[in-house]
Design a protein around this ligand. Structure first.
Ligand SMILES: Nc1ncnc2c1ncn2[C@@H]1O[C@H](COP(=O)(O)OP(=O)(O)OP(=O)(O)O)[C@@H](O)[C@H]1O
Ligand SMILES: [Mg+2]
Length: 448
């Protein structure tokens, strides 16, 4: 099998030629920030810095998964590049950023197999003529140019449109088994959606408030002592709207909004039970706020708040570890969803089983667990469509660096967090972020 250099020779150089670039218009291994991406394509702009149109990062095809998105994002930001292409010759990811927009944000606009059809599609936007047109427009100070550019891009690829829908896609991440990685998954899946250019709201509906703490909010100091409101107020106070309870968090160009929780939610169970129509409240209050995705993180239990979260949701994502008890728990989750199906007009749809804290080194044990889980799912289907285990490309590995991310109260997509890691931890982050991006894309394409 070929290596990285081979991919460069056999695929990248011919592509650059096909896209109309002279060898003087690209550089191999240029220094950008603290590193050296494989190629930088830049066109001169009169009286200005050149336009860095495309950065290409090549990976060896031998690796089972294409990782390196986080590194490419770093290069794109440092070079203010328009496009970033990550490929191993077989698969690809294409990232886009508008260099005129503050803060810079790299959005994944396409990914998949690099076949002829894809190359044709890529040629439209990566060809020298597209780059040259952009240079001309920028030289003439037509700053609106990126707006038109993005529209054209949105037509070819699924980059997010700026107009948000009336109702967001609402997903509860649920398994009543404790400690299977629900909160970690919710936070980082939210961050992955954000890197796709989606507007994301996280809702912490767990009295443990782990998600709230996970984004760096202290429920006692930042909520209670400041006299601020939380999820309990949103649910129980008719006059409290979403805008009254949302906290905006940012790590560099990564933005997440969150409705925080507080331990006092635990005392509200009786009030929640006795309030008529409480199940609809959340869904109603989430409408018309411009969010694309809402992710809800409930406690590991089957209480009233869980019922509220599920009833407000379009879909349920069921995380599990490949371990006996978490797998067993899924039977009960599915039975509960089944009961809701009979009781509700539009019950939440099971989106699938998300595998978390997956141990890549114990493949025989994993295989056995996967078989057991498949049997449970088939039995539970009971004539209906079987709930699927999500594809392996979405499985979240168990990595020690995740604990550090949790400890530092940041999503693993945070650039600052990444920058401070050593090489091997950076590789772990690349592996993890790739899984979360795959998961986000999978869920999004399923829903749309
Ligand atoms: N992929 C991973 N690799 C390593 N550690 C992880 C991973 N995912 C989560 N963890 C760690 O496992 C612990 C439990 O995770 P988390 O709080 O997300 O689980 P949970 O299901 O939300 O728990 P609870 O049921 O209490 O709400 C955390 O300390 C977290 O840092
Ligand atoms: Mg949790």
């Amino acid at each position: 099998m070929g290596n990285e250099a081979n991919t460069e020779q056999k695929i990248i150089l011919p592509l650059l030629k096909q896209w109309g670039y002279q060898s003087s218009e690209y550089q191999a291994k240029p220094r950008i920030g603290k590193g050296y991406p494989d190629f930088l394509v830049a066109l001169p702009m009169a009286g200005d810095r050149p336009l860095n149109y495309l950065i290409i990062e090549v990976k060896t095809p031998a690796q089972s998964r294409l990782t390196g998105g986080q590194q490419l994002r770093y290069y794109m930001e440092a070079a203010q590049a328009v496009f970033g292409l990550l490929t191993n010759g077989r698969e690809y990811h294409l990232l886009y950023q508008n260099p005129l927009r503050e803060p810079l944000q790299q959005v994944t606009c396409a990914s998949g197999i690099l076949d002829q059809q894809t190359i044709q599609k890529l040629t439209k936007i990566l060809h020298r003529s597209a780059a040259a047109a952009l240079v001309t427009a920028l030289t003439q100070q037509r700053l609106k140019v990126y707006h038109y550019f993005e529209k054209a891009l949105a037509k070819s690829f699924s980059i997010s449109s700026t107009t948000s829908k009336e109702s967001p896609m609402i997903i509860t991440v649920f398994n009543h088994k404790g400690g299977v990685g629900k909160t970690t998954l919710t936070l980082n899946l939210g961050a992955a959606f954000a890197t796709m250019g989606k507007r994301v709201l996280l809702i912490d509906i767990d009295p443990q408030s782990n998600l709230t703490i996970g984004v760096g909010i202290n429920p006692l100091k930042d909520v209670e002592e400041q006299g601020k409101k939380d999820i309990a107020d949103l649910l129980l106070e008719p006059k409290v709207g979403l805008e009254d309870v949302v906290y905006q968090r940012a790590w560099g160009n990564l933005h997440l909004d969150i409705v925080p929780a507080h331990i006092r939610l635990a005392d509200k169970e009786p009030a929640l039970i006795s309030t008529i129509d409480i199940d609809r409240v959340l869904q109603r209050k989430l409408k018309n706020h411009g969010y694309d995705i809402v992710l809800i993180d409930p406690p590991p239990a089957f209480g009233k708040v869980n019922a509220i979260a599920l009833m407000a949701s379009d879909g349920v994502l069921i995380p599990t570890q490949f371990a006996p008890y978490p797998i067993r728990a899924i039977e009960y989750v599915l039975a509960r969803l089944e009961a809701m199906r009979d009781a509700m007009e539009t019950p939440p749809r099971p989106l699938g089983i998300a595998v978390s804290m997956y141990n890549r080194t114990t493949s025989a044990a994993n295989y056995e667990m996967k078989e057991k889980l498949s049997n449970i799912l088939e039995k539970a289907a009971n004539g209906r469509q079987t709930v699927q285990i999500l594809p392996e490309s979405t499985w979240i590995a168990h990595r020690v660096v995740m604990l550090r991310a949790t400890e530092s109260q940041q999503p693993i997509f945070s650039r600052k967090f990444y920058e401070e890691l050593d090489r091997s931890d950076k590789e772990s982050i690349d592996d993890l972020t790739t899984s979360f991006e795959n998961l986000a894309r999978y869920l999004f394409t399923q829903a749309s």
